[in-house]
Design a protein around this ligand. Sequence first.
Ligand code: AMP
Length: 717
Amino acid sequence: MSETEAAEVTPNTVDDNLTFADLGLDDRLLRGLAKLNFTKPTPVQAKSIPLALAGKDILAKARTGSGKTAAFMLPLIHKILAVKDVLPANSPEATATRGLVLVPTVELAGQVTAFTNNILLFCGRAVNVLNIAGKQNDKVQQPLLATMPDIIISTPSRILAQLKLNAVDLKTHFQTLVIDEADLVCNYDYEEDVKELLTFLPKIFQSFLMSATLGDDVDSLKQLVLRSPAILKMEDKAMDSTWDNLKQLYTICSETDKYLILYVLLKLKLLKGKCIIFVNDIERCYRLKLFLEQFSIPSVVLNSELPLNSRVHIVEEFNKGIYDYMIATDEGGLKGEKEAEEASVQEIVEESKEADLEDEEEQDEDEEDEKDEKEDEEEDDGIPEGDLEMEFDGSEGEDLDEGEDELEAMMKASDNEDEEDEESAMAEMQGSATPDSKKRKAPEDDSKTASVAASSSSTKSKKKSGPKKDQEYGVSRGIDFVNVAAVVNFDFPPTAKSYTHRVGRTARGGQMGTSLSFVVTAEEKEKSIKASQLLGGGGWSHMQGDDEIVFNRVVKQQEASGCTINPYTIPMQQLAGFRYRMDDAMRAVTRGSIREARLKELKAEMLNSEKLRAHFEDKPKDLEFLRHDKTLHPTRVQPHMKHVPDYMMPKVQAVSSQKIGETAGLGQITYKKKAQNSTRKGRQGKGANSGGKKNDPLKKFSFGGNKNKGGKRQRTA
Ligand code: AMP
């Protein structure tokens, strides 16, 4: 399309006194905004809304957190209201789809839909919105599309599928196309879908392209959908201050020390506030959850295997502050990233080494599993066999073994589904999540996921069976996580881009945030393997790393943008007292227990998902009983591990006098001796956030003790 017009906007051109009313928006929208307590437009809204109302195409560099959803949705709705207001009451023209919002993930679709419904609060029935992302069942979807909703929110592949089936008409009265998170849309290989989709649209319509970056990656989309757009490059410090407010830390450690460090950080509340802990695959989600459970540290998991409704609800609840710790995978967001290819040679070498090693260890692990299963049976682990039987097809005669076989097949399928894909293979070699195939598939909908899990399949094939990972799952990008104090890269991300997106989940909306990344070097990996052997295998040998390649790339990338990642040095000898507990807890987490936990969670979430479906449709007020962080292996919770006795408290002198740029000793745990004499009540009875300052030695700790009065990025968590 035609050349873009340079109409770049800088923040100082935004009038601070501007209100939404000044932008000329419909009154009904202004009331909706007031109800949301949006008192004044954010810069991207202030700039884009008048231009959009004047009919301009918009290309905006705006990230999640900048208020970009309202920036495109308000003018889109305003235009629909304006058209419908002047049509006679029963005009057939009143019923038509006029707006299409394309998003890369089902999570984002849910978020944009929820926001739109809030904005529409005072619009009565004048405008309705339909989210079709993530729903695959045409029988459900097509009657809804037949009502010709004013606005459709979808992933590109989903709407394209419906357009091809003639289930929706976007030609007749269509007005506005939005591509939200356009860089991700490209990253998810949706360009071809978008190209094809354009053939179903009229020649003239208004377009918005919102993207976190305006680089080459979105070039082709720009050319495809925009005509002489106004280009907005927002540098909104108030809403988009991630990098200034983010303190980035890393620690080099072994695989097993990751568990020890995280346990201590969480147990002693050295990491305060809400925390997202990223791991690289689903199995590790449950491994970590089961590990933490034993210390009575509850967490909620979020991964692509869970039903969509559960995922949406989990994010909602996490944002409300119901859970402190979320263990998440971001496998959906890794597609097509260059780094996997760049690292291919190294990874191929690593893979073959790992394959050899795993072959050797597999045998030990199988023996270990058998032993565990026997133990579990003897101990009555709280998961009645009947539960497992019911899981697969509801028939009464199915036995536990078959159920477990099924789950195993399912999990293998889930873990290996994109095996042939070169990129996935690369990522798998790193022990990371599987990037999706270049050949896109429509997303799995809840019922499909449920039915696949529930159906009895005899196949033991590794591929293409069982509840698949949702191809359009994305948690590290686009989703608006609120008030996240810290991000922990428990597993170092497989790409530098993924690192950026993960750590970008904290330090949002002008708040401070910390990221801590565990980096397992080749040397540490060797040690880990030895340690794993000492622990008797138990699946712990599935080591992550070597993380150095990606880590070095991340460091360079951060330096190029003027940011630093500082070492967080933990005096491991001070944690010696915790180590035997960690070993104990690690031993208790076997492949068998992970498998059971995963099954139990899946089953619970499928039931939850049904309830949530009703919830999302009818919006009942109270769903508090539906917690997602329940203990998955209750008999393994060891009451004595819940508390930390005085003698185990690490005593480390503060290393807080470091100057900016000095790294030695940066970020050590600080501890004031006086605190040792305080009572246990002082330590345990009062949480780090619940007052009791004088008695609580945990108050004396600080995560990242490096004081840096001048530098914003040096603030403690
Ligand atoms: P977004 O960038 O669209 O994901 O929005 C980020 C967050 O900012 C969301 O939680 C919005 O509800 C919120 N938000 C958007 N616009 C405004 C505004 N004008 N005033 C206050 N909050 C806003």
